[in-house]
Design a protein around this ligand. Structure first.
Ligand code: A3P
Ligand code: MG
Ligand code: MG
Length: 380
């Protein structure tokens, strides 16, 4: 699985030897039985308010209100006069999750009760979105990624580093692209109510700083995972089921008019949607299909557990088992490589399409991402 490769690296980082190990992303290597993936359990949640401030509670939870099947929602409404956009040049790294860990440490099992060791009882801490990128890697042909890894008290923390290409894209978005990014959030506003007994308010301001995040624990093969992900809303029916089974993911997509469009939707979009929701155990995706003017013309529910059946008739289609086995093998690779337990050491794993995953090692560099307050808190 880990092949010997010759990896290129810059001049400043400490290089691992030129014959170091790399990890292949070829799909054929991951077509094995589906690995163990334990039902994700929600161990907590947190909220980020309109100013991106952290709260250890569910104050930003929103409630799903079933829309008309053919609703005519105008997604352009409120752009830009009722829109507050999060500053995505600010890199928050794992800070909110680390804050959650510090406040809720007693809820997480401590590895040893008999010694003073206060390690977390998990192998990996990361964002759900980073894992989504790993799951889709064997099928990704356009965008690479960089993931910074630090081993601290025997837990591996994984935090994304924006690639040069991604930074250029972010800084050079067209006005059309900027507006289309708003459409997804506007759709959420048409569907979500702020409380159990209120209705959605499409006249309000869309503020993308606000977020409700679930924190879940699960296991992939022998990797114990703790990760957090944003949740769009939950079912109003409290008798329905406990989270994450009550959570609903909202999505928008271009209206499907031709067989080619349907095939592309299955092969590319459903892969990303499935990976994102499968990881935290969110069972339902409610999709709004919009025309080119940004009007939602139809709404459809996708059950995450049925998506893999839906796509089976597509030629050369993606397979959930390839996604999960690649992720599992990547995490094994990380465990082997990132051996030094040191909060200021970063192992930077990089991947570009059609290449192997490679890594470089960085000491006390600008890549270090565990804040002093976290290290200090966890060392007590
Ligand atoms: P859509 O999902 O309808 O495209 P999420 O679906 O993950 O809850 O994200 C909500 C919205 O944020 C998306 O709506 C999209 O508008 C925007 N968004 C999320 N990730 C994005 C990305 N990588 N690039 C651009 N926009 C993104
Ligand atoms: Mg969301
Ligand atoms: Mg969404």
């Amino acid at each position: 699985r880990f092949r010997t490769i010759h990896h290129q690296s810059g001049s400043d980082p400490v290089q691992n030897p030129p014959t170091s190990q790399g990890l292949s992303t070829r799909r054929e290597l991951y077509e094995r039985d589906f690995p163990v993936y334990k039902q994700p359990v929600e161990v907590g949640c947190f909220s980020l308010d309109s100013g991106r401030r952290f709260f250890n509670d569910s104050r930003q939870m929103r409630y799903y209100v079933e829309p008309d099947r053919n609703p005519n929602f105008d997604l352009r409404d409120g752009y830009t006069d009722r829109f507050t956009k999060r500053d995505d040049s600010v890199k928050e790294k794992l800070d909110h999750i680390l804050r959650w860990i510090v406040v809720n440490r007693s809820k997480l099992n401590s590895r040893s009760t008999t010694t003073s060791s206060c390690g977390l009882d998990v192998d990996f801490v990361t964002w759900r979105g980073h894992l989504t990128k790993l799951l889709t890697t064997p099928y990704e042909t356009r965008e690479g990624w960089s993931l910074a890894v630090t081993r601290f008290r025997d837990t591996l923390y994984i935090s994304e580093v924006e690639t040069e290409a991604a930074r250029r894209e972010r800084e050079n978005r067209t006005e059309r692209h900027e507006e289309m990014m708003y459409w997804g959030y506007k759709f959420e506003q048409y569907i979500c109510a702020d409380s159990l007994h209120s209705s959605p308010d499409p006249g309000g301001v869309v503020n993308t700083n606000e977020a409700f995040c679930t924190v879940v624990q699960t296991r992939l093969s022998d990797h114990r995972l703790l990760f957090s992900g944003e949740v769009d809303c939950r079912d109003k029916d409290s008798s329905a089921s406990a989270p994450p089974a009550s959570y609903v993911e909202l999505k928008t997509s271009a209206e499907i008019c031709t067989p080619k469009q349907r095939s592309n939707f299955h092969r590319f979009k459903l892969l990303k949607w499935w990976a994102q929701s499968f990881l935290p155990g969110v069972p339902r995706i409610v999709a709004g299909f919009r025309d080119h003017e940004g009007t939602v013309v139809s709404v459809e529910t996708f059950h995450v557990s049925k998506i893999s059946h839906l796509i089976k008739n597509e030629y050369n289609c993606w397979k959930p088992t390839v996604c999960m086995n690649f992720c599992s093998d990547f995490l094994s690779f990380v465990k082997c490589v990132a051996v030094e337990d040191n909060p200021s050491v970063v192992y930077l794993f990089c991947w570009e399409p059609r290449r192997d995953v490679t890594y470089t090692i960085h000491r006390d560099s600008h890549y270090s991402f565990l804040p002093h307050w976290f290290v200090q808190e966890m060392t007590n």
